[in-house]
Design a protein around this ligand. Structure first.
Ligand SMILES: [Zn+2]
Length: 78
């Protein structure tokens, strides 16, 4: 690929990045170092999951809420 083609792709990427409506969250996986160990937080099949005990009891937890907050701050989640 030539440099000019790469530059075109970079410019197109910047235009796409200014149009977040074009993007949909399908799946995502984070590894997070909590105070009690490493947690895996995942989004798939339109729902959030975590490996921690609190999530198993309540279907939510501080790890999921933290990931959602990070995504909101980045404008990736409403
Ligand atoms: Zn958790």
């Amino acid at each position: 690929m030539e440099d000019s083609e790469i530059e075109e792709k970079r410019a197109k990427a910047l235009r796409y990045a200014d149009q977040p409506d074009r993007f949909s969250l399908v799946n995502l996986k984070f590894e997070m170092r909590s105070n009690h160990g490493v947690r895996q937080v995942e989004y798939a099949d339109e729902s959030w999951r975590c490996v921690c005990e609190f999530y198993l009891k309540t279907s939510t937890c501080s790890h999921i809420l933290a990931v959602q907050q990070i995504l909101r701050k980045a404008g990736l989640l409403t």
